[in-house]
Design a protein. Sequence first.
Length: 589
Amino acid sequence: MKLVKLLITNFRSIAGTQEKAGVEIDLENINIVFLVGQNNVGKSNVLKAYEYFVSSSMESTECDFYKKDVRNKIIIEGWIKAENEEDSNHQAMLKSMNPETKIARFKKEWDKIGQKGNKYTYDIETNQWVAGGAGGFDTILQNACPDPVWLKGLDSVQIIFENVQKMVKEKVMSRIEELPRFKTISDELDKLRQDIIDDEYTKKIESKLTKLMEETFSQLKVTLFGGEKKEFSKEVSNFINADINITNKDSDFDIDMNNNGHGIRRQFLFNTLRGLSDVFSELSKTKKLRDNDIIDELKSKNKTKMLLIEEPELFLHPQSVRMFADTLYKLADNSEFQIMAATHSPIVVDLSREHTTILRCTSSNEMSSIIHQVKYNLFEGEEKERMKMLNSFNPYVCEAFFSDNVVLVEGDTESVVYREILNIMVETGVLDIKNVPLVVNCGSKMNIPSFQKVLRHFNIKYFVIHDLDDTYDKNGDLNAAWTLNEKIFNEIEAFNTINPGSARRYVMERNFESAHKYSYKASLGKPLSAYRLVHSWDISNTTIPAIQAIKMCIDDSSEYGTFDMDWVYKRVTPNPEAAMAEESSTIEK
């Protein structure tokens, strides 16, 4: 069973109305969700909302209501999709599932402090919400939904151990019926049960109790052990504890994890999940495949758990963060886990990955959480390949997702120049540090439209600084870099149509070097040459194009032009082949 949609209204920092949810998260074809954004914008509240939805014991507190006002009824709705025939026949789904979509809708509402959620099931025949449902709802629905497994940012080692032990034990115990001794013991227990029922002493007690009962109710008979027996496979789990011990190989003594730093503890979690990813994949194979040692990668498509993680990067070395992120992606694909993780690390995020979505959390003027969702299929074909390459080369390109104001530039030289201009402006008091935009190195002009598309979908304000470039190359063909002028402008127009004033640009005449009438020193390279060039400037000199660009960006100024396509077309360069042909014709005459 898989969660395919989560709708949240009036829960903590998340607002909304009866008609429209404050937050709607689409999880169709999604295995892993990353929530990004600044502190206190509601990332953890999304994770907590799922726990409130699926857990039967969650009682509302005053702080759970939006603005602490109980008139703001909390509503959390989940759409659960059956992934196979067994799911379709689940008691929670039988009468509530849409036979075409295989989706059933459930919700909980809280309108009082200290209350457990009132439960509702969506009736597909009447198109109405019906109180209760799901055959007892609490336990039945909880069994149907992916089980929440929390790994909170500052969880103690003991809590992490307990979560890991629970996951390991459940997975191991799900396979015990394959063990030969299990059937032997199960059969023997059946026989023992029957021996107890048939025992002479049991019969005597039953007979005595029956005679006493007949004195008042002659039609009744007492039996002591006639009820339905419990499944041995469920009971045997109480007999076995999953204890994880860490021992020093050299000294042979146990190590108390509480005596280690947070980094080591998180590293343990990372290593455990990394190992469990492979183990769970192996255990998902049938017994026949495991016995035959067939190595084919089999993916467990049925999602039975929801791993909720706060700041997976916390306390980890950067290389460990990268490895941890890779583990999360693999775990989401190869196991029964769906994953929702709140993160502040651009290293963790990779939009080019399959079955991935990013939720950017921001806060409105009324301090309510706003979420913008972007899925992995935002990019296709060559564009997706570009983003994957960029993320592999420099994961910090994803830092743009964490910002409210971004400057997109072409490459290394430009990123050095504009970051240094902004630094000098802060040092000289021209610009307050809290207003400094994030300069993003796009790797080349070719990649800028891809970044624009992401920022538009995330509703992140941006400013582009790029070269005009020559219209034609030396062979007389239209220059690919020139054609991007219009593509970049079209993306700006598309964003401003949705949200006016969100995107603008500054265009350098031909290129950075010609616009500033300088040549870089080959011995220094472009970036260092540009760095030295910036420090030779008077930062107040707005005749310098680079300073113009930054002033236009931070002041929302159009003083230096609009740089629309009319401006671009007025600067079309001659076709070199046509010019040569005209010159040749003149000579002949």
